[in-house]
Write a protein that binds this ligand. Structure first.
Ligand SMILES: [Mn+2]
Length: 342
């Protein structure tokens, strides 16, 4: 049983493919602090388009995460948005493809670089408040952006190479929490089965992504776990990343990957929250839920968004003032959305 493009995506995939096929030079971008889905999808898409003889560049708002660099066939394809070549490349490109977000606010400084270009979006997030225009392939039913990219490449009928398979595999592996979350759908497993049959080594992918954390990540986790608080009555738990430890350890955003799962996984907890000071005067919040609270809705009250079980927000207010309001909103949501027993 192989995966087939869901009927609701066929038309969009066909249109998007026509647009992409016409472009000689293409810029790929994703949201700030690229995760495995954003970075893996970019890696796969870059390999795919290069194999077709098209010119492709990856220009992200923040540094391409080193942990996913092994997925990129040629390091020269990555161009820093702040460097002069980014300006030249985007000036003469024909098309911009935004992956794993549809929000202008999440590609920050890349927005200015690509605003003169026709832009398409490949994304599986629910639409937020500042959607990017343009055609594309958007479906919040997809487990990951990598699933949509798989469909697009299948539609194109081009041969799969190993770098293409590995990028899509890592996209799906990371966004499904290594096939544990509710988005580990039959489609996700069918696609991954196909990728493994094609030569992807699951053990190697897992080790390269999760089995090579710098020691500072665990030291920061130890410091952050000290702050764990639980409201057992409401079923919420939260932690705060200590800024002093973050700075002292010379940490980066990718070190925090998975931290929010600790409060979420506390027995009896429905909503897990992670707070951190993003830069002076701004607070980053990660929201997770287990069964019934829609954290996309919760995050949208704070200008954020994402998915029903995993969302995020960046609030331009100091940590101490925003934290209490978020905890209170989460408490209300957990209590009011709790299903009646019976
Ligand atoms: Mn994603």
């Amino acid at each position: 049983m192989t995966h087939r493009i869901p009927p609701q995506r066929v038309e969009a995939a066909a249109r998007l493919y026509e647009t992409i096929a016409r472009a000689g030079s293409i810029v790929l971008t994703t949201h700030l602090n690229a995760d495995g889905d954003g970075a893996g999808s970019q890696a796969a898409m870059a390999s795919w388009l290069r194999s077709r003889g098209q010119e492709v560049w990856i220009v992200n708002p923040t540094r391409f995460p080193p942990v996913f660099e092994f997925l990129i066939e040629d390091a020269d394809w990555i161009v820093d948005a702040g460097d002069p070549p980014a300006r030249e490349i985007t000036a003469r490109a024909d098309l911009a493809v935004v992956l794993d977000t549809g929000e202008a606010s999440r590609i920050v400084r890349v927005k200015g670089l690509i605003q003169h270009l026709p832009t398409v979006v490949i994304d599986h997030h629910l639409p937020g408040e500042g959607p990017l225009g343009g055609d594309g392939l958007r479906d919040s039913e997809a487990c990951a952006t990598g699933e949509l990219l798989y469909d697009l490449i299948q539609h194109a009928g081009d041969p799969w190479t190993n770098p293409m398979r590995q990028g899509v595999y890592v996209a799906i592996m990371t966004d499904t929490g290594s096939f544990r979350f509710s988005n580990a759908t039959p489609a996700a497993h069918r696609i991954v089965a196909d990728l493994i049959a094609g030569g992807v080594d699951p053990e190697e992918m897992f080790r390269r992504v999760y089995g090579s954390s710098p020691a500072r990540r665990y030291r920061l986790l130890a410091a952050t776990l000290q702050s764990l608080e639980v409201d057992a009555q409401a079923g919420i738990a939260w932690m705060t990343v200590p800024s002093d430890a973050y700075d002292a350890l010379d940490s980066s955003a990718e070190d925090l990957d998975g931290f929010v799962d600790y409060p979420r996984n506390v027995e009896g907890v429905e909503v897990g929250l992670l707070f951190r000071q993003a830069y002076s005067g701004a607070t980053k919040i990660s929201f997770r839920s287990n069964r019934y609270v829609d954290v996309q809705k919760l995050a949208s009250h704070f200008g954020g968004g994402g998915h029903a079980r995993a969302s995020g927000a960046l609030v331009r207010e100091p940590l101490d003032t925003v934290r209490q309001r978020v905890i209170e909103a989460a408490r209300q949501a957990a209590l009011s959305e709790r299903p009646a027993r019976g």
